[in-house]
Design a protein around this ligand. Structure first.
Ligand code: GLY
Length: 393
């Protein structure tokens, strides 16, 4: 027989964004439930964990840069708090990043990025090919120059997810291993979610944090449905045998023939190589072509990679949004908040997202640093009040 369970906050989605939201909500004294068939899973199981606010800067994303930098600034305290609480080592490495160029076109692109970083007040240093190889001797002799960014660090997202799960459990968060099937709206307010075992989970506030699936929950009125789409990324994991260590001492990345490739070396010997970026809907197949392109490009950058055991291939789905920035906080539908659309920056934005959503749950408002990321920036403007009222009733 189905029954109703009630909590103050219900989080739909147990990836790192959902878990950090639930943990921070529980710390504020809210009774909190997370619904997810496999809490701790999601895109973080595939992600490389680069905290790359500076090296992943793009034209037109200055507002997002502010949030990315704010989250990077919060990372050391966030990691210290989680580690102290759970005893988990999160693999947080302040090792820096080296972005290199292999030909004249890549070099021009990197020079352009350097100028943009400079105009944005960010710290990065231009190095000659020889200087790059002095830092990272495994780099190909053909490297033409590079950008050294000591402020872009890394974390192990799988460990982060594990630690957040433990932190949630310790804070009393209830984990419901089920699919969220339908949002229930009554008298113009989101009141509950029906889950796959038939139960209804009622809550004062419902946070939709389902990553790329966030736009698919039945029952969410179209006017507030997040415009999130899946962007596939294929990622490889290799192992650096002890005799080769240190193979690389920092994250190394490049754009090779227009595609991003990065190599993220962990202290435990894992080397993550990513990532493809494919608009193929819900497809998570690992393809021969994807693996080939990643290995081909990584090999051009670091030829010695072909000696390493290939231990894992995997594909995940980034939650892309129309402006590549997340959707955070209250929607036009009372009782429904969003924490989704983090696209390429989910791991980086985890600390600030937890704080922002906790603030929104307590006050009903977004804090200053997150005002630009309101979900209300999409859609509502081009609908008449009458249409909105009808959809949300
Ligand atoms: N931020 C790296 C990626 O999404 O591939």
């Amino acid at each position: 027989m189905s029954c109703t369970h009630t909590s103050d906050v219900l989080v739909v989605g147990g990836g790192v964004i959902g878990l950090v939201t639930a943990w921070r909500a529980a710390q504020r004294g809210f009774t909190t439930t997370v619904v997810d068939p496999a809490p701790g899973g999601g895109a973080a199981q595939v992600a490389a964990g680069m905290l790359a606010a500076v090296t992943e800067l793009h034209h037109g994303e200055q507002t997002l840069l502010g949030l990315n930098l704010e989250s990077a600034r919060r990372y050391p305290d966030f990691v210290a708090e989680l580690t102290e609480l759970t005893g988990h080592d999160l693999g947080y490495r302040r090792c820096g990043t080296l972005a290199v160029a292999l030909d004249a076109d890549d070099r021009a692109l990197l020079r352009e990025l350097h100028a943009l970083q400079h105009r944005s007040g960010l710290t990065s240093e231009w190095l000659s090919g020889r200087e790059c190889r002095r830092l990272e001797p495994m780099l190909a002799p053909g490297v033409r120059g590079g950008l050294r960014v000591d402020g872009d660090h890394q974390i192990d997202p799988r460990r982060l997810a594990g630690a957040l799960l433990t932190a949630c459990e310790r804070a009393g968060v209830v984990l419901r291993p089920a699919w969220a099937e339908r949002l229930n709206v009554r008298r113009g307010r989101a009141v509950s979610v029906t889950v796959s075992d038939g139960d209804e989970l009622a809550a004062g506030s419902i946070v939709l944090a389902g990553g790329s699936l966030s736009g698919r929950l039945a029952g969410v009125p179209e006017a507030v449905l997040p415009p999130v789409r899946p962007v596939k990324g294929q990622v490889l994991r290799l192992t650096v045998p002890k005799r080769y260590a240190p193979f690389l001492s920092r994250t190394v990345r490049a754009v090779v023939r227009g595609s991003q490739v990065y190599l993220v070396p962990r202290e435990n010997g894992e080397l993550v190589v990513g990532a493809t970026s494919e608009e193929l809907g819900w497809d998570t197949t690992v393809t021969a072509g994807g693996v080939y392109e990643l290995l081909r490009d990584a090999h051009e950058l670091v030829p010695g990679i072909t000696e390493l055991p290939l231990t894992e291939t995997r594909a995940g789905l980034r939650p892309g949004s129309p402006d590549n920035a997340p959707l955070l906080g209250p929607t036009e539908l009372p009782g429904l908040l969003l924490a989704t659309g983090h696209y390429r920056n989910g791991v980086l934005l985890t600390p600030v997202t937890g704080d922002v959503l906790a603030h929104a749950l307590v006050t009903g408002e977004l804090p200053d640093e997150a005002r630009a990321f309101t979900p209300r920036r999409f859609g509502a403007n081009d609908r008449t009040d009458a249409v909105l009222t009808e959809q949300l009733a």
